[in-house]
Design a protein around this ligand. Structure first.
Ligand code: KIV
Length: 267
């Protein structure tokens, strides 16, 4: 049985912390799912860590649908959230509804995520009222990086108050959870205590209800830029490089393939 929204809300009610991870393809989703992670986000961070762009603004709906469908095929149990890309929801409620519906109908996701607090409250409510579960995302919102810069949000009193208002707006609009990205720990703690929906932190300290990491960061697979808030729990890029080197040497010296890796005539 797939994880439900009620189970996600239940974690908060019982004070149980939980992990969320991104995934962008079938084999990774399978591993993350089998390891028992209850929420998988197909983040538009795939623009950076999979496609090699320097911004998420280049990610399109078609790309997101393609990757989300692969993740859904790999994840049998986790609730899969599709990240709505730049300008797929900011231009109006109807566009947002149509694009959110594509995540559910074409890709098989169970929810969508969109960036923005008060400014996106009306859109969030429109989606939720029509049966589309929404995860909010406030603090540093990468789709607005050209405007707001690449930095921690909510450090001044005014900015902190604005973030608290954003968090309440997301909850009041009906979102089932909210990502807090690059938010001072004390502020993330306060927001977490005030909301009834789970807060999911990334660079927001240890007191959020849940944590999310970009899977390629925590596996040490994407190493062009390792954010301060990321921890490498493995070094897959190193392991892959070493495996590829060993394979290449084996081919060059003739130790791979052997008879066992092939077939022979019957007679
Ligand atoms: O796109 C993404 O991976 C995200 C997470 C960092 C929350 O939005």
């Amino acid at each position: 049985m797939r994880v439900t929204l009620q189970e996600i809300l239940g974690f908060k009610k019982r004070g149980e912390r939980f992990p969320m991870l991104t995934a962008y393809d079938y084999p990774t989703a399978k591993v993350v799912d089998e390891a028992g992670v209850p929420l998988i986000l197909v983040g538009d961070s795939l623009g950076n860590v999979v496609l090699g762009y320097d911004s998420t603004v280049f990610v399109t709906m078609d790309v997101m649908i393609h990757h989300t469908a692969a993740v859904v095929r790999g994840a049998k149990r986790a609730l899969v959230v599709g990240d709505m890309p730049f300008m797929s929801y900011q231009t109006g409620t109807v566009t947002a509804l149509e694009n959110a519906a594509r995540f559910l109908r074409e890709a098989g996701a169970q929810a969508v995520k969109l960036e923005g607090g008060e400014v996106m409250a009306e859109t969030t409510k429109a989606l939720v009222d029509r049966g589309i579960p929404v995860m909010g995302h406030i603090g540093f919102t990468p789709q607005s990086a050209y405007q707001i810069g690449q930095r921690v949000q909510g450090r001044s009193i005014d900015a902190a108050e604005k973030l608290v208002r954003d968090a309440h707006a997301v909850e009041d609009a009906g979102a089932f959870a909210v990502v807090l990205e690059l938010v001072p720990s004390e502020l993330a703690k306060l927001i977490t205590e005030r909301l009834t929906i789970p807060t999911i932190g990334i660079g927001a300290g240890p007191d959020c209800d849940a944590q999310v990491q970009v899977v390629s960061d925590m596996l040490g697979l994407y190493t062009d830029f390792v954010p301060r808030h990321a921890k490498q729990f493995a070094r897959l890029a190193d392991d892959m490089r070493s495996a590829v080197t060993t394979y290449s040497e084996s081919v060059r010296e003739g130790s791979f393939p052997t008879e066992e890796n092939g077939s022979s005539l019957k007679d």
